[in-house]
Design a protein around this ligand. Structure first.
Ligand code: PLP
Length: 372
């Protein structure tokens, strides 16, 4: 044991960390079952994949694979700046938005600092906080009496903020619950937050939300210098494999984030694809329409199975399977259907199902019917 004394060099946060559990890859299940038509509805990917224009741009960019990418992401930042009507100095590019969430933790958290987030909140807030050796303060979600059951309880989150708080994470909508916050309540929360605290509003599923009261938090950047809004190309834009996301913030915040960012964190094909994706609004519209229809299909199927689910505005739905979900997950795997257990989110009786194509949704519902 004494030769492993170096283990104590790892700080307490790292020692408490359990690695992120990704959705099971299709290829892995197909190898295990010896089949070729498995369905993966486990990672909230776009069943249509990327825009053909984004793919073409990525392919063309591969010709320059021998060169380092543009570390400043000039073209992509210009396209994002135009989209949000902000100065490019407000933008921090990330290797997925997960990367910018980590940058925020590295810059604004650390020993003795606390991060506030909600129960059932996206697990990366927990992971980034521990990796920065800071203290996670997880606030119980709504119990249903004062707000949507399992949604963020902003009042309780506000009450958990104190002198030691460095960052508050709000997911709108949240993954894996699909719950969301209205413009007035989120704006009120941000307005009341002390200015020594960074407020992260994670809008990974922004494009999918069609509720009239749903806010675009980037509109408030001018009012709240402590606000960081994160977006991704992994979900509605269908570019999960290429890893591109970004943060919008006050330029002083972006300056700090960019100091610790790896100089070449977003590769060249990814930057090119993301620029092209921003230019293809039709593809996003098609994806959103397909999601709307697929969500209806899943909800009808789940209702027919007598199941309850958490009402979701994202491209996924988290279902109460009425028994330990790990067993149902395993049984669905044997049916060639990969969904996502959410036990680590404090939901051991639930499974999260990504909205897929009509045929994929049917396959998942039929398998669920057989398994239950
Ligand atoms: C998927 C997801 C992200 C980040 O995904 P990236 O691929 O790293 O951009 C961020 N927040 C939430 C809530 C998500 O579900």
């Amino acid at each position: 044991m004494t030769d492993n004394a170096f283990l104590r060099l790892a700080h307490e946060g790292v020692r408490r960390l359990r690695p992120y559990q990704p959705g099971k890859p299709l290829s892995e299940l197909e190898r295990e079952l010896g089949i070729r038509d498995a369905v993966k509805l486990a990672s909230n990917e776009n069943p249509l994949g990327p825009s053909p224009r984004a793919l073409e741009a990525a392919r063309a960019a591969l010709a320059e694979a021998g060169l380092y990418p543009d570390g400043n992401g000039f073209e992509l930042r210009a396209a994002i700046a135009a989209r949000h009507d902000v100065d490019p100095a407000c933008i921090t590019l990330g290797n997925g938005s997960n990367d910018v969430l980590d940058l925020v933790a590295r810059v604004f958290l650390g020993p003795g600092r606390e991060a506030v987030f909600s129960e059932h909140g996206f697990v990366v807030y927990w992971l980034s906080t521990l990796a920065a050796n800071a203290v996670p303060r997880m606030v119980p979600a709504h119990d249903g009496s004062r707000g949507p059951r399992r949604g963020h309880d902003l009042e309780a989150m506000r009450a958990a903020v104190g002198e030691a708080t460095g960052v508050v994470y709000v997911a709108n909508p949240n993954n894996p619950t699909g719950t969301w916050l209205r413009a007035a309540e989120l704006e009120g929360f941000l307005a009341e937050l002390p200015r020594h605290v960074i407020a992260v509003v994670d809008e990974a599923y922004f494009e999918y939300v069609e509720e009239p009261d749903y806010p675009d938090a980037s509109r408030w950047l001018g009012r709240f210098p402590n606000l960081v809004v994160t977006r991704t190309f992994s979900k509605a834009h269908g570019l999960a494999a290429l890893r591109v996301g970004y943060a919008l913030s006050h330029p002083d915040v972006a300056d700090l984030l960019n100091r610790v960012r790896q100089p070449f964190n977003v590769n060249h094909p990814a930057q090119a694809a993301a620029v092209a994706a921003l230019g293809d609004a039709d593809h996003v519209a098609r994806s959103v329409a397909m999601n709307r229809a697929g969500m209806r299909q899943l909800e009808e199927g789940l209702r027919a199975l007598g199941l309850h689910w958490i009402p979701s505005v994202g491209n996924f739905v988290t279902v109460d399977v009425g028994r330990p979900a790990a067993e149902v997950f395993q049984a669905l795997l044997r049916e060639g259907v990969i969904v996502r257990p959410v036990e680590e989110y404090g939901l051991p009786g639930h499974l999260r199902i990504t909205v897929g194509t009509e045929a994929q949704n049917r396959r998942a519902l039929e398998a669920l019917g057989r398994v239950l």
